[in-house]
Design a protein around this ligand. Structure first.
Ligand code: HEC
Length: 139
């Protein structure tokens, strides 16, 4: 009798462990952003500039990588705690979906789990640098 209870408990624990580790975490698909048309029309003063991309890389490593991941796949170490998928910056569909000014808007203002960086990246140069770096992550 005792061995049977023991075996049963062992099986339950094994089953629990199996589900806990094998079921992937469901992340919500983000809802469309509502961004004022004026951002879409905004001109990127440093589009494609190599120095700007370099600065953007450093800012990205400091402020964005923890959630968005090294290559922008949305798989940074903090991403497992996020309810909403942070997006895949390497995806051509993501790259085509937004104008530079819209990436600028999202970076500066954030939304829900996406923090706003208006005070952490206060200068225009740095904000556009991050946008340019995100652009460089396209596969
Ligand atoms: C704490 C985690 C976290 C950090 C840090 C973070 N983000 Fe995000 N980001 C998110 C989440 C979550 C979303 C999805 C939010 C939503 O759509 O509601 C998101 C969405 C985005 C999007 C839109 C993606 C899409 O497909 O619509 C962009 C662009 C973005 N983030 C850029 C940045 C940049 C640039 C930085 C650094 C300056 C940054 N994020 C830092 C969590 C983060």
């Amino acid at each position: 009798m005792k061995t049977r209870i023991f075996l049963l408990s062992a099986m339950l624990i094994a089953a629990f462990a199996f589900f806990a580790f094998s079921v992937p975490q469901d992340q919500k698909k983000p809802a469309p952003w509502k961004i004022d048309a004026k951002f879409k029309a905004m001109k990127n003063p440093s589009a494609g500039d190599a120095e700007s991309v370099k600065l953007g890389k450093a800012l990205y490593a400091k402020h964005c990588k923890s959630c968005h991941g090294n290559l922008g796949l949305g798989d940074g170490p903090k991403s497992t705690n996020l309810e909403t998928f942070p997006g895949d910056f390497s995806d051509a569909k993501f790259q085509a979906a937004y104008a530079d000014g819209e990436l600028y808007y999202m970076t500066v203002n954030g939304r829900d789990e996406m923090p706003k960086f208006d005070s952490k990246i206060p200068d225009e140069e740095g904000r556009w640098a991050v946008v340019n770096y995100v652009r460089s992550l396209k596969k």
